[in-house]
Design a protein around this ligand. Structure first.
Ligand SMILES: C[S@@+](CC[C@H](N)C(=O)[O-])C[C@H]1O[C@@H](n2cnc3c(N)ncnc32)[C@H](O)[C@@H]1O
Length: 158
């Protein structure tokens, strides 16, 4: 995922922070700890485990250099002020649970928050929908190691 993000954004490891947000604080606490069981990393390649984790006992700990890049923050995408000047918004499998009017609002906020040319990474059953004209689809079924994703790119404002 990190490698894919790196490719999408700029071709180099991002120096800017990565925000990981959710309304569910307990999930943020788990992510923030950066400690995963063997089962949790079962789909991570050996190369990525070596590059981004250290093994301590049976657990895999995210490398401090990677963890320091990431800011975990509570954020409600339907209510809170959007983040801005973003290179990439990755929001998979949330929009499908929202009503159409809420989907449109959230997608508009993502569009507002993205830099021109920034990428929007959605779940396999999600798309920019009613504001599709504002985006260029890069790939409808980009295969990562897990599910495919819909990837769109914010187009230039003419
Ligand atoms: C179905 S999970 C998807 C998780 C992950 N992206 C994936 O694809 O496996 C939906 C996530 O969205 C979060 N969520 C639900 N409503 C939200 C909202 N209004 N703002 C931010 N996060 C929300 C939930 O807490 C949950 O972590």
């Amino acid at each position: 995922m990190v490698d894919n993000m790196r490719t999408v954004v700029s071709g180099s490891f991002p120096k800017n922070p990565c925000f990981i947000t959710d309304v569910h604080r307990a999930s943020l606490d788990i992510g923030s700890a950066g400690i995963y069981s063997k089962e949790a990393v079962s789909e991570v390649t050996e190369a990525h485990l070596t590059r981004y984790f250290t093994k301590q006992g049976d657990a895999y700990h995210v490398l401090p250099e990677l963890r320091k890049m990431i800011v975990f923050a509570p954020h409600n995408v339907t209510k809170d002020a959007p983040f801005t000047k973003l290179d990439l918004v990755c929001c998979r499998n949330l929009l499908i649970y929202l009503q159409p009017h809420a989907q449109k609002k959230v997608l508009s906020l993502f569009h507002f928050g993205l830099k021109t040319g920034g990428a929007l990474f959605l779940g396999p059953s999600e798309s920019p929908g009613e504001i599709a004209d504002e985006f260029e689809t890069l790939d409808r079924h980009w295969k990562t190691r897990g599910d495919p994703s819909h990837v769109a790119c914010k187009t230039k404002t003419l």
